[in-house]
Write a protein that binds this ligand. Structure first.
Ligand SMILES: Cc1cc2nc3c(=O)[nH]c(=O)nc-3n(C[C@H](O)[C@H](O)[C@H](O)COP(=O)(O)OP(=O)(O)OC[C@H]3O[C@@H](n4cnc5c(N)ncnc54)[C@H](O)[C@@H]3O)c2cc1C
Length: 573
């Protein structure tokens, strides 16, 4: 060991900085560790702030490490100290207060700061809060008992956390977002609708395509005027408008920055002996084969531990599927890997169940699964994570869901000699939109000279109910297959598939799985009953043990065999 131990300097004592310091001490008993942060707190858990805001977690439980821990581990923690300059050539940082400090190896773990509300009157409004730091959370906690009305702006996770906490605290809660739904770049309209349903169940008032134009102080409250007609006297205004990475101090230094600090897969920057970790690191991700940033606690923690080993000479690539799990009102949301937020080019497939408030969206780049979003049931999460991290080429049909259903159904029908036009509904919530799309498909088939006029319909789940409606309304349909079809749902509105299907001239095949966990198998009995009463030729088939999606290949094959041979016969007659 040399006379001078290596001096590691860490800027930022968040999860990335502190877990890096911990790992450095574990692996190098002799080194010097200096960690600098401009806040006044030892490491606290930002992920716990929402529960503290809700009033279900005590202040002491938000802290993760105390001063004693730093002393014991000989980590020289300098709080309320700002790094104002870094000289990469001479390997020094300048702090205020403090002055110049030499480093051998430097870790940048400066995270991001919240974007403020910049509209008229917002700058000095006492009722307006961001949600990133302990201090502003404490200020909100102090204000809530005297508050009745809360307004939140921001259609992302921080906006959600504020909304959920205020609604939980029984404030009249108005959630404004500039986009048409929550997480508009990662979720599609159906996912947005599930979030709306969950929020409405919790008493939240949603205001889409709305922002704040003006805030005026009035008798201790803030009069909030929206850009599209919203107006309220709010006691508390929460703002979640994203983060700006803390990279300003590196301007003109030659450090490679874009949105954050760019690194390679080892979390090394372009400067010698300088690494970056956590929210601020725009790292090369070997899983998705691109640079991106991750704003999650687990990523910051894992980056911290990993980068410490590399700073000590390991040179291992960082390979971890980023995950973000959070409550979503009375349910849960989980984000894995990359989504269309980071990769707008990713192709997405979706499965949605409004009744059960369940949603699954999978993201692909070429034949690899790169990310997923789940709301509600978390079943299958582990498998999805495995597939993302193993980067196994995937046949999407094995993933379950609407698009794959149409794919293998199309194959089975073609193999049975039945020409098929297959499509997935653009919106799976509106029976009339579904009917219009089905009508369009039927018209397209009829207009095709080479296609015989013997036309049948096959619909699955929501599509099964639409097929029932369409067969009742179009007397030219010869055969209708209803697979896993619900008999009644709130979102059918005034459409009544159970009543309307009795007017059909078609023969009807009803197929259900006995283990369907989305649509009660008894719904199939209801279809069979009304059809029999109306003297419509129908057949009810139950595939024992099959679930809603006929996931099991043997049961699916059985179902496809029955459906195709029945359809061939029904259309030939
Ligand atoms: C309310 C809230 C809820 C969240 N919920 C979740 C969740 O449910 N799940 C999840 O995975 N993630 C969640 N996150 C995100 C997660 O907390 C962050 O991704 C993580 O804490 C980032 O850690 P970090 O160490 O990279 O950065 P930070 O924690 O931001 O730490 C950086 C530190 O550096 C300091 N600093 C910056 N510049 C300087 C400078 N020049 N000199 C000195 N100090 C400086 C900053 O003040 C800060 O203290 C949530 C975040 C918030 C705010």
């Amino acid at each position: 060991m040399g006379a001078n131990p290596t001096r590691f300097v860490i800027i930022g004592n968040g999860a990335a900085g502190t877990y890096a310091a911990e790992q450095l001490r574990k692996d190098d008993a002799a080194c010097e560790i200096v960690m600098i942060d401009d806040e006044k707190y030892t490491l606290y858990n930002r992920v716990s702030l929402p529960r503290y805001l809700k009033g279900v977690l005590l202040e002491q439980r938000v802290y993760v490490r105390d001063q004693e821990w730093h002393d014991k581990n000989r980590i020289d923690l300098r709080l309320e100290t700002t790094v104002v300059q870094v000289d990469f050539e001479h390997k020094t940082v300048t702090t205020e207060p403090g002055g110049e400090l030499r480093y051998d190896k430097l870790l940048i773990a400066t995270g991001g700061r919240p974007n403020p509300l910049t509209c008229d009157g917002a700058a000095n409004a006492k009722a307006v809060f961001n949600f990133q730091y302990f201090d502003e959370t404490k200020a909100m906690v102090a204000k809530i008992p005297e508050s009745k009305v809360a307004v939140i702006l921001g259609g992302s996770f921080i906006g959600y956390e504020l909304t959920e906490a205020f609604a939980f605290r029984k404030l009249e809660t108005h959630w404004l977002m500039r986009g048409p739904w929550f997480l508009r770049r990662a979720l599609d309209e159906a996912g947005g609708k599930i979030v709306t349903l969950l929020g409405e169940d919790a008493g939240v008032h949603f205001h889409y395509e709305e922002a704040i134009e003006k805030v005026e102080q009035a008798n201790g409250t803030a009069k909030v005027t929206g850009t599209s007609g919203f107006s309220a006297n709010a006691d508390i205004v929460g703002v979640g408008l994203g983060l700006t990475m803390n990279i300003d101090l590196f301007k003109d230094t030659g450090l490679d920055t874009k949105v954050g600090v760019r690194t390679n897969e080892f979390l090394e920057t372009n400067m010698p002996d300088v690494w970056a970790a956590g929210d601020v690191a725009e790292f090369y991700d070997v899983v998705s084969e691109r640079h991106h940033r991750m704003g999650t606690w687990d990523n910051a923690l894992n980056h911290g531990r990993h980068v410490a080993k590399n700073m000590l000479g390991a040179k291992q690539p960082y390979i971890e599927v980023p995950t973000y799990a959070s409550g979503m009102f009375d349910s849960n949301i989980s984000v894995m890997g990359v989504t269309t937020e980071e990769e707008p080019e990713a192709e997405a497939i979706v499965e949605v169940d409004y009744e059960g408030r369940n949603y699954k969206r999978l993201f692909f780049l070429a034949d690899k699964l790169v990310g997923a979003m789940l709301i509600g049931k978390m079943k299958g999460r582990k498998k999805v994570l495995e597939l993302i991290s193993s980067r196994t080429p995937i046949d999407r049909r094995e993933m379950g869901g609407a698009i794959e259903r149409t794919a293998y159904l199309g194959d089975a029908l073609a193999a049975a000699g039945i020409a098929a036009l297959r499509f997935a509904f653009r919106i799976e919530s509106d029976a009339f939109a579904g009917l219009a799309e089905t009508g369009g498909a039927v018209r397209l088939l009829r207009a095709h000279a080479a296609i015989p006029q013997r036309i049948g319909l096959l619909g699955w789940s929501f599509g099964g109910a639409v097929a029932a409606l369409a067969a009742g309304r179009d007397s030219r349909i010869r055969a209708a297959v209803l697979v896993s079809a619900p008999a009644a749902r709130d979102y059918f509105g005034t459409a009544k598939p159970l009543a309307e299907v009795t007017r059909t001239r078609a023969k009807v095949l009803i197929v259900r799985g006995s283990a369907d966990d989305v649509v009660a198998p008894a719904d199939a009995d209801r279809y069979a009953q009304v059809l029999t009463q109306a003297r419509v030729a129908n057949r009810l088939v139950t595939i024992e043990g099959a679930d809603h999606n006929f996931t099991d290949p043997a049961r699916r094959a059985e179902m496809l065999g029955i459906v195709t041979s029945w359809l061939r016969e029904a259309l030939a007659a």
